[in-house]
Design a protein around this ligand. Structure first.
Ligand code: PHE
Length: 475
């Protein structure tokens, strides 16, 4: 049952609401956890510069493409693409890439929720520590003052070994996400974004200022902005492109779905610029928030995925007010993760509502429940199932546990395939007048945008796909 829209009944109340929700979808673990991790592993400056290039030339044109599909189609990702296709006189089979996007959202959420569970754990640890410090008359103590750095760092290994706790945390995050999505677009998603995003930005600015004064800001700036292009390996470029797609929530139903709830009056091109700029700005500020603290404690920027969870608590340990700031830092990540997970779930839920005529609450609990079940496998990948291999016969994934397999399959296969089809569709198959009218662009700007979508995006994304699948080609 492809209803014309659920947007008319329950769309964003204003353009600002849409912008906050879309920025909320984009800004998430990708910005605060993954981007600093990748920038740190890939030597900083050159990676950052290349990443920004990917955002402007590939990400931004695709953001506009997806929102326009949603606004024209006024339905979930798959039905919206079908509508644009049939209004353009081409096969509705293009809806396929709406479907692969929905599948990507589904799969991403299974591990996203597990990682967000780690964040909840650290909110608990740091929050408890701050409260204890406060009542013992030392509100500005360093974090976990009673522990030594080894003990602090083993908190993460202990957490990973404790699978019942991981499952409880995973369940808590999933329930929070489901509860908001079940309440609907205006009273759930929009409301969450209008509270959480401003709070997120306030915390981001405060902690960055704190890091600038107490940490090693100069070294962090040099690390992030002095490009050493000899460090820019082909694999780093490949990761930068993939990260740009992931971070802007592209190719995973979210932006098409949110676009469906946008009013006809909203001008899409400037809105797309705001979303891309905010997402990238937050990633860079997150680097400028994290690296001064990491460097001040003499820790390694290239720590990998444990940078935020293991290195930072150690750094907060030695810093004045570290107990309070550490607590606020994990709250900040939590807010970012929640507004993103909402969009991941909504992308799948809106499809179920339209496809099966399900009630919103039923769809939210059903889909979220299924994501939770598969996510159990991700949580167990860190401990009892660490030796399990889902795709032992595919070289890329032969050594990966289930969590890394799902992460790798979405990042290296599903997102690039979906983005590739999106750009070919919008660049070559969608009706020119329809597309022009939706974007509101004309003249040279329209030509430039369509050129990027039609030529640069497919080529660049095609390269991610090929090199992602055949990394040996990069060696
Ligand atoms: N962009 C989000 C982040 O950076 C993740 C996400 C991907 C959200 C795809 C929605 C869709 O964390």
């Amino acid at each position: 049952m492809a209803t014309a829209t659920q947007a008319g009944a329950d769309g964003w109340t204003s353009r600002t609401a849409f912008i906050l929700a879309a920025i909320g979808a984009a800004v998430g673990l990708g910005n605060v956890w993954r981007f600093p991790t990748l920038a740190g592993e890939n030597g900083g400056g050159a990676f950052v510069v290349f990443y920004i290039g990917c955002v402007i030339l590939i990400g931004l044109p695709l953001v506009l493409s997806e929102i326009l599909i949603g606004r024209h189609g006024r339905s979930d990702a798959m039905h919206s693409v079908e509508k644009v296709a049939s209004d353009s006189g081409v096969s509705r089979g293009w809806g396929l890439f709406g479907g692969t996007g929905i599948l990507a959202a589904f799969l991403i959420m299974t591990f996203y929720s597990v990682v967000a569970g780690w964040v909840i754990y650290y909110i608990g640890v740091m929050g408890w520590d701050f409260v204890a410090a406060f009542f013992s008359g030392a509100p500005f103590a360093g974090a976990l003052a009673a522990e030594n750095p080894d003990q602090i760092s083993s908190r993460m290994t202990d957490l990973f070994a404790n699978w019942p706790l991981l499952l409880v945390l995973h369940a808590m995050f999933m329930v929070a996400t489901i509860w908001i999505v079940a309440r609907g677009v205006q009273s759930g998603i929009e409301k969450a974004a209008t509270y959480l995003m401003p709070a997120f930005f306030v915390l981001l600015i405060l902690i960055t200022i704190y890091g600038a004064f107490t940490g090693n800001f100069a070294e962090a700036v040099a690390f992030m902005f002095n490009p050493d292009f000899s460090k820019l390996t082909a694999s780093a470029m490949n990761q930068a492109l993939g990260q740009a797609l992931f971070s802007m929530s592209l190719a995973s139903a979210a932006l098409i779905t949110y676009g469906a709830y946008v009013s006809r009056e909203t001008k899409l091109a400037p809105t797309a610029v705001m979303i891309a700029a905010a997402d990238t700005g937050v990633a860079i500020i997150a680097g400028l928030m994290i690296f001064p603290i990491v460097f001040a404690a003499g820790l390694d920027a290239a720590a990998g995925p444990t940078l935020v969870f293991q290195s930072l608590p150690i750094a907060f340990h030695t810093m004045p007010g570290g107990a309070l700031v550490g607590f606020l830092f994990f709250i900040l990540i939590f807010f970012a993760a929640l507004t993103s997970s909402i969009s991941l779930l909504e992308g799948v839920v809106s499809w179920c509502i339209n496809k099966f005529g399900m009630a919103r609450a039923t769809a939210a609990w059903g889909v979220g429940g299924l994501m939770f079940v598969i996510g159990i496998g991700c949580a167990l990948s860190l401990n009892v199932w660490s030796e399990f291999r889902l795709l032992p016969f595919i070289p890329n994934f032969a050594d990966n546990n289930l969590m890394d397999t799902i992460d790798g399959f979405t990042g290296q296969v599903l997102l690039p395939v979906t983005a590739l089809l999106t750009s070919i569709f919008v660049g070559w198959r969608a009706d020119r007048q329809l597309v022009m009218a939706e974007t509101g662009l004309s003249g040279g700007m329209f030509t430039l945008w369509r050129f990027l979508v039609a030529w640069l995006c497919p080529i660049a994304v095609g390269l991610i796909l090929v090199f992602g699948l055949f990394p040996a080609l990069l060696a």
